[in-house]
Design a protein around this ligand. Sequence first.
Ligand code: HEC
Length: 181
Amino acid sequence: MGSRTALTWLTVALAISPWAISARGAEIPSDAAINPAAPTMTLEPKVVVNSGRLEWAPFKRDLSSWPTLSHEDKRDTAKTRKVTMTEPLNGDAARGRDLAMRRDKGYCVICHQLPSEKWPGTVGVNLTHFKQHKYPDAAVYQEIFDARVLNPNTAMPPYGTNHILNDQEIRDLVAFLQSIE
Ligand code: HEC
């Protein structure tokens, strides 16, 4: 993968932060900067407007369920999970859209182009006009639940397997994607 993904950016950014320490015994890799007082939390870069500088603010989420792209990330990751979505879908497209756009949570828009989003990430495939593919709901559900079923080396986090999103949230996202004309 040639392009720099959000997660590599995060990893690189954290590695140059003043809090970079070697993570003795901690679960996330040593080349990610962690606050020693809270080893599963990292810092996030904040742009200081018109200064050319970044400031580092504690990122208050537990990142231990997120795989990183760090070469030093030797954590065991949960095994790839194949799931069968029970029909009917019962998803709420509006709620799914809200989730997909949550940049602060590291959800879909940080990697995928989505309608009416000006600054999406580009590591993932373009999801605008998604409906045209006519993928079965269950296949889209599986992709979000654990994309490693199709590509063991994917950069996309296994949202279901790692309990980042629950069953209903994944259904809402499927409903949203399937509604994108
Ligand atoms: C860290 C980047 C990243 C994030 C975040 C991410 N994805 Fe992906 N996604 C990818 C990549 C890369 C692919 C390409 C396929 C692969 O690598 O397996 C992909 C593929 C997909 C596909 C298959 C599209 C197709 O036409 O084949 C769907 C659907 C999808 N992602 C949905 C989502 C949703 C919904 C979210 C948010 C819950 C999300 N992705 C978050 C990186 C990401």
